[in-house]
Structures are given as C-alpha cells and as structure tokens.
Design a binder for this molecule. Sequence first.
Ligand code: FAD
Ligand code: NAI
Length: 489
Amino acid sequence: KGFLQILGRVTLVTIVAATGTFVYISQKDRYPGSQLPFDPEKKTLVVLGSGWGATSLLKGLDTTNFNTIVVSPKNFFLFTPLLPSVAVGTLNPRSIIQSTRYITRFKSRQVAVIEAEAKEIDPINKTVTFSDNSEIQGQVSSTTIPYDYLVYAVGAEVQTFGIPGVKENACFMKELHDAERMQRRFLDCVESAAFPGQSDDEKDRLLHMVVVGGGPTGIELSGELHDFLEDDLKNWYPELASRIRITLVEALPSVLPTFSKELIQYTVSTFKESKIDIMTKTMVKEVKEKSVVLQMPDKSIKEVPCGMVVWAAGNKGRQITQDLMAKLPEDQTNKRGITVDDHLRMKGTNGSIFAIGDCTATSYAPTAQVASQQGAYIARILALLAKKDALEAKLTASDADADTIRKKISKIKPKPFHYSHQGSLAYIGSDKAIADLPIFGREWASGGVATFLFWRSAYLSTLFSLRNRTLVASDWVRVKLFGRDVSRE
Ligand code: FAD
Ligand code: NAI
C-alpha cells in the first residue's frame, strides 16, 4: 500500500512538473520583448514572400545588420506538406500556419511586415512597388520603396497549361484556401448525392472524385481522401459510401517519377488495395462542370462524369517573375524561372537580388527542403555582406589600419550554395507512407506503417513552432478519438 502511495505521488509530481515545464516553455516564447528601431545607417533588405524560403531566411537572419522589410500577400507561413490533411479535416487549417510576426517580433531589430503583393520590381533603380489587395484598404494602398538587397522568394503558381475549364471547374491544392474550398466541395458532393430522389447514375457521378497529377501532391491527396472515406464517411453515410470512387489521372507512364521504383510499385499496390484507380498515360484535355475529358493511352477521347476534380498537375512561374526576367533579357532566358549563380544571386543584378525556392530554375527540385536550405544560406551570406560593409566603412574612416582591414575584407569569401538532400517522404493513405532516404551515401527505400510513424514524427519536428506542433499533435489525437468532422461550413 505504501509503495502504491509513493508511486501515486511520484506520478502526480511528474505530471505537474511536465505540465509546468510545457506551460513555461510555451509562455516563454509567447511575449516578445522590445526591439531596436530601424537605423538610417544600415542598408535596406527587402524580402518578398512568407513561404518556405523567406521564412527560413528570417529565422536565420541577424536583423541588427539591416533594416528589414518583408512584403507578402499572406501575413503567415504555410506548412505545405500537411495541406492535404487539411483538405479532409484531419488537421485544422490554423494548425499548419504561423504568423510571420511570430518570427519577426522576436528579432533583435524590428522587422516591418507588410501584407501586400509586389507588383513590380525595378532591378536597375533597385525599387519594389507593392499594393494592398485585401478587401479593406486604407487611404494608401500602393507604394514604391528602394532596396539595397532584395531576397526574391515569391514561389510559383498552379500550372494549368491553358487547358479549358481547369480554372473555372477544378479545385487546386496549393494554398490554404484551396484545401478549405476542396473540403467544402467534397462534402457538398456527398450531401447532394444524399438528396432524396437522386438517380443512381447521378449519385455515382457526384461521388466520383478525380485527382489530376500523379506527383506527390496528387498521391498524398488521394490517400487522404481514401482515409476520410474509410474511417468516417462509411459510418456517417453508410448508404452512399460504397459508391464513392477516387480516380488518379497521370499523363506519364508512372506516378511519382522522382521516387525509387520499388516505392512506386508499393504505392501502386497500396492504391489497388485501397480501391483508388490509377490511370497512367492518360491526359486531361478539359475539365467541365460535371465531367472530365480524358485522352486515353490509345489516343481516344473519353468523357468521364464526376463530382469533383482536384488539379495537382504542377507549377509554373508567377507573372511578376516573368515581368522581372523580361527586364533582364540578356541574362534571364530560362523559361522555367529565374537564373541564379552558385551564390543564388540573380544573374544580371550585380548581386543586389537573391532568388530562392520555386521561382528559380536550378538543377534542384522545387521543394520545401531546397527553399528552406537556400533561405538559411542567404541569411549566412547576408551576415558576411554586413561584415564586409562594416569593414569597408571603417576603411574610409581611418587610414591607420587600412592594410589589416583590407586583408580582413579579402578573407570574406562566401562559399557557393550546397544542397544537402535529406530524403523524400510521402503519405499514401491507410496509415502508410513511403520514404527514400540517403543513409551513408546510399538510397534506402522504405514503405509501410513504420514509415508512416517516421513521416509523422519528421513533419512534427519540422513544423516551425511549438504552437504548431502542439496543434497538429492534438488534431491527430482528436481524429483518433472522435473522427473527422463531416459538417459542411
Ligand atoms: P512558397 O512557400 O510558395 O512561398 C511563396 C511566398 O510568396 C508565399 O508566402 C506567397 O504568399 C508569397 N507571394 C506570392 N506572390 C507574391 C508577390 N507578388 N509579392 C510578394 N510575395 C508574394 N516540398 C517538400 O520538400 N516536401 C513536402 O512534403 C512538400 N509537400 C507539399 C505539399 C503540397 C500540397 C504542396 C503544394 C507543396 C509541397 N511541397 C513540398 C513543395 C513546397 O511547398 C514548395 O517547394 C515550397 O513552398 C517552395 O518554397 P518557396 O519559398 O519558394 O515558395
Ligand atoms: P508534380 O509536377 O510533381 O506532378 C504533377 C504531375 O501532373 C506530373 O507527373 C505530370 O505528368 C502530371 N500532369 C500534368 N498535366 C497533366 C494532365 N493534363 N493530365 C494528367 N496528368 C498531368 O507536381 P506536385 O505533385 O504538385 O509537386 C510539385 C513539387 O512539390 C514537386 O517538386 C514535388 O516534389 C514537391 N512536393 C513534394 C512532396 C513530398 O515530398 N511529399 C509533396 C508535394 C509536393
């Protein structure tokens, strides 16, 4: 009895201590202190974007070196790898976003965060023009500012290839509002199918979900839709669930071309078990309101009725990127995006513009991994440039140590950007994930439930803040306990 009492007390003390520590850690980071104001002596650094590249840069940036201004139409960072989970209600939308101010307000020197869209960049006169495109605007909604250094990290937009009906009739899976819209549309299809008097053909149409693109986005989304169907819809719509169909359409001969052969095979067989139809060598030619037009492998055309089309067919450069490149026609000739040198300086800008992430055309895949490593690299480069500027300022101020200072300046030689690939991970539904991991110089392929646990822990630790980690973990527990919500907002 005595032992049990002691054990009980020890457990209680442990729980109280753990809760106290957790509260302390979360409170400690909650309230930012005071910051140094802008210094007219410092150079102006303008950062365009608040995605993977820009946020990683801001995390690593020593803001005492610059007057930093961040311009982005979204005042938050979106953790894209978990976006498909939002589309089916596994995660709440706010669990995977983080206000940019949560990062900048903890910096030593203040950082101006402006919710606006850059409209024009003048690389010759070094200015950026941006405007507030939100619903509510004040007296001033557009302005132009000068910069000394510009970090260009505006990402990319959805590639539709000009295919008719895509913009009008398909859902995308790129931004947070895309996932929310898809969730509403999906549940609308299910509720409309449940409407009394619906014919069997119409039910089958409404409950046929077509995902276009067999890249990682299309695969992960199909897996999430399958989970929603198996875990929840079968219980709440038992009369309809057996009619729900998921079809994945891919133009190439295989899905997931960047993953190893065995993992492609594993995904295909898992999808087969999950009754997700994969149609390869099949190209979407048109998306209509109630159907999708396909070019089949034998080149015949087939119109397939469906309730929802999700377009996950890749990305292309934004208009502003094309406009910027057009201003430097000699150096910027790659249609895929901005050409940079090995220090990520945009060619033709004399080192005043750094371009990172999906807006660039490099040998790296357009991934979060690449963008975030590039952002961290630019933070280091900017620290070196600031050091060089400070030494150069000293040089003009006094001649006494001129030689020593010049020597120090000559030693500042930034290394080229080097990408370190940490592996590729993707969720494929049914509590299974796939992973291609480089271990001791070899590619190690793994798939299954254990990989799914690894996938979860990898993304949980990659999330940007303790707040995000707590929210995502509690969403996973919520879904395990209560299932996903089928209410339609
Ligand atoms: P983004 O992160 O897209 O950021 C661009 C920023 O620029 C945004 O804040 C945007 O609001 C802002 N912006 C846009 N226009 C303007 C403008 N005119 N002026 C100023 N700012 C502007 N990669 C992985 O490595 N692993 C994954 O698991 C993974 N999963 C993904 C899942 C999904 C559903 C998607 C869509 C992508 C996924 N990716 C993944 C790819 C990854 O998200 C991108 O490669 C990454 O976001 C690129 O970072 P970026 O900074 O270049 O662009
Ligand atoms: P993607 O470019 O990788 O794949 C798009 C697919 O759509 C291609 O396979 C293409 O052949 C197909 N397609 C294009 N047009 C088509 C048409 N008309 N009909 C049928 N199929 C068509 O795009 P995705 O998946 O959005 O990925 C974009 C980037 O983000 C990639 O670099 C990817 O690696 C990264 N990403 C990584 C993830 C991960 O690592 N888990 C998850 C999601 C994205």
